[in-house]
Write a protein that binds this ligand. Structure first.
Ligand code: NAI
Length: 258
């Protein structure tokens, strides 16, 4: 099967079963494709229809199933894990990646909007881990998508910054609690990455895409990232190459935080 990054063996996740949330788009989509290219059977969970991603994976010779689910819902999270185990017989890798952003200050965001961002970005990580950890009977790797804005502040994004800082520190707490079960937990922290979310941010701020993208490129490497570049880091955290890493916050941002 073709290898989207051209940098790996094609066998990193052989015989592994992975769940990717938010797998219909952007970083999740690129990661689901890379996981499958590296041998994993992938459960692609998303609020949106992930059928196209599954068809791409199958056309390239991989294994995947789409699950329509809201990761802020307890029953949906339980269903995602049940489908993984019933379809593929095990669970080894969980990529908690689904997320939303509202570019609003404290004065602009409503209490309901605040709760929604927290439910999708934070509650989901707790819920997915609650069901996935007991299913990882052979040990496993959990990767949570944080953000540069989980490690520093950012403008007009109060709830998002709070939610991603929570993800970074939940990752450490989860790593401590489940190390004895052979489960590693790390966060991947992207800088601006060209996905539908980034374009949506430009729309929310009523900025032209060209100007927004130029701002996003204002970092030592002079460009925003691609979803495939984030996926490559997630694959590293998912596989045995990172076997001594847990509780870490891996930054993938072209030097932005540097
Ligand atoms: P995206 O918008 O392209 O993809 C996010 C996916 O999550 C979508 O398919 C969406 O349908 C799904 N989703 C949203 N709410 C959901 C819910 N309640 N249940 C299930 N699925 C849901 O965004 P992108 O950029 O790929 O973002 C992925 C992750 O990366 C997010 O957690 C985001 O916060 C994070 N991130 C993105 C950065 C960027 O510049 N694009 C930078 C740093 C972090």
């Amino acid at each position: 099967m073709n290898n989207p990054t051209g940098t790996t063996s094609g066998t990193t996740l052989r015989n592994k079963v992975a769940v990717v949330t938010g797998g219909a788009s952007g970083i999740g989509r690129a990661t689901a494709r890379l996981f499958a290219a590296e041998g994993a059977a992938v459960v692609v969970a998303d609020l949106a229809d992930a059928g196209e991603v599954v068809r791409e994976i199958e056309a390239a010779g991989g294994r995947a199933v789409a699950v329509r689910a809201d990761v802020s819902s307890e029953t949906d999270c339980e269903r995602i894990v049940t489908i993984a185990v019933e379809t593929y017989g095990a669970l080894h890798v969980l990529f908690n990646n689904a997320g939303i952003i509202l570019r609003r200050t404290a004065l602009e965001i409503s209490a309901d909007e605040w709760d929604r961002v927290m439910a999708v970005n934070v509650r989901s990580v707790y819920l997915m881990c609650r069901f996935a950890v007991p299913a990882m009977t052979e040990g496993g790797s959990i990767i949570n998508t944080g953000s540069g804005w989980g490690l520093k502040g950012g403008a007009n994004a109060l709830s998002y910054c709070a939610s991603k800082a929570a993800v970074v520190n939940m990752t450490r707490a989860l790593a401590i609690d489940h190390a004895a079960a052979g489960i590693r937990v790390n966060s991947v922290n992207p800088g601006d990455t060209v996905t539908p979310m980034l374009r949506d941010e430009a729309r929310q701020l009523q900025e032209e895409w060209a100007a927004f993208e130029k701002d996003a490129a204002d970092r030592p490497m002079g460009r925003a990232g691609s979803p495939e570049e984030i996926a490559a880091a997630v694959l590293f955290l998912a596989g045995d190459a990172s076997s001594y890493m847990t509780g870490s916050a891996l930054v993938v941002d072209g030097g932005g935080l540097a």
